[in-house]
Design a protein around this ligand. Structure first.
Ligand SMILES: Cc1cc2nc3c(=O)[nH]c(=O)nc-3n(C[C@H](O)[C@H](O)[C@H](O)COP(=O)(O)O)c2cc1C
Length: 333
């Protein structure tokens, strides 16, 4: 019997756990249709950014001229952002077009870092037809006066504000850099997250030594980056009441299998699909089916979380023991 690939994510029934992650793929509905034809279980649209929403409302209030001099940098990157995701008004149209063209769930994405009026825009994304919302809190704490407590409060305030603006399910995408990630995960869920998307991949600019310029070029991920979400999904599975989505480093069906065993409900892909297109998604889906069959799993649901740390009474000691074992196992040749 062919193994069943269905999974549940944010309370939605998906035909399989392969989700197109937020990226430029989603700004072209035809491309999304090809992803659906290749077998995607759901898709996340590219983000609409806090700065774009705030910029639009400033324009509406004709305050822009005043503000333009105070933050010229914002004005120089905004045209590029419009090219990326078409801006707030057209973003709503993108949701509508994606909904019409696709039968898989369409997840809209909102991206910001400070509490403010932009969070209420979430309601418009819902009204435009999004099945669910992914909130990406992308923030690098660089202020030496801002404590970790204040940073965490900032995340929680944003999540509460967005969560109270919508009734559709809300997933929250964050990075791994918290002193107590497990506790933060629990509080994000208490603040209104129905799911956690682990992890944001922080872009890391380089320096061009000839031109002495900072170069913020995109470097696509590799499979080795999977280890971080893999470990944390295994730790959080069964400890937070939320769906778990893995992002960063999912490149083939083995990566998908590992994450499902660790406890992911879905696995998201951007780099691999940007590099190889929808054909690769089909290969990953077929590879997943074959792997389940070969290893006598009846379904994705059956395997989900079977290698999580839910049964480990003391994950801290477990991690410490694994750490020491790993170091000790290295052999100098
Ligand atoms: C070119 C590019 C654009 C992206 N745009 C967004 C975005 O708009 N919103 C977002 O939350 N993540 C965005 N991401 C991050 C991806 O959704 C994903 O989380 C990250 O690339 C790690 O997954 P991967 O290893 O499959 O690439 C983008 C990634 C790339 C490479």
């Amino acid at each position: 019997m062919t193994p069943r690939l269905e999974t549940t994510y944010l309370g939605m029934a998906l035909r399989n756990p392969l989700v197109v992650s937020a990226s430029p793929i989603g700004k072209d509905v035809d491309r999304l249709v090809r992803m659906e034809e290749a077998g995607a279980g759901a898709c996340v649209l590219p983000s609409l950014f806090e700065e774009q929403i705030e910029h639009d409302s400033l324009q509406v209030n004709a305050v822009l001229e005043l503000g333009a001099e105070s933050y010229p940098e914002a004005l120089s990157y905004l045209p590029e952002m419009v090219a990326y995701n078409t801006g707030p008004e057209r973003y709503l149209e993108l949701i509508g077009r994606a909904r019409q063209a696709l039968s898989i769930p369409v997840i809209a994405s909102l991206n910001g870092s400070s509490p403010g009026g932009w969070t209420s825009y979430a309601a418009q994304l819902q009204d435009a037809g999004a099945h669910a919302l992914e909130l990406n809190v992308y923030f690098l704490a660089t202020d030496i006066d801002e404590t970790s407590e204040a940073v965490e409060r900032r995340y929680l305030d944003i999540v509460s504000a967005v969560s109270s603006a919508v009734t559709i399910p809300l997933a929250v995408k964050v990075g791994p850099y918290f002193s107590s990630l497990a506790n933060m995960a629990r509080r994000l869920v208490e603040a209104g997250a129905d799911g956690l998307v682990l992890f944001n991949r922080f872009y890391q600019p380089d320096i061009d030594l000839e031109r002495l310029e900072v170069v913020p070029n995109v470097v696509l991920s590799t499979s080795t980056e999977l280890r971080l979400p893999l470990r944390w999904i295994a730790i959080l599975k069964g400890r937070v009441e939320a769906s778990l989505a893995a992002t960063t480093g999912v490149h083939d069906h083995f990566d998908v299998v590992k994450l499902l065993l660790a406890g992911a409900d879905v696995t998201m892909m951007a780099s691999v699909l940007l590099r190889h297109g929808s054909g690769r998604l089909r290969e990953i889906r077929d590879g997943l089916t074959e792997w389940l069959d070969l290893h006598e799993y009846e379904s994705v649901e059956q395997m989900k979380g079977s290698m999580s740390q839910a049964g480990v009474p003391d994950p801290e000691s477990f991690e410490r023991a694994n750490y020491m074992e790993t170091l000790a196992s290295y052999v100098i040749r």
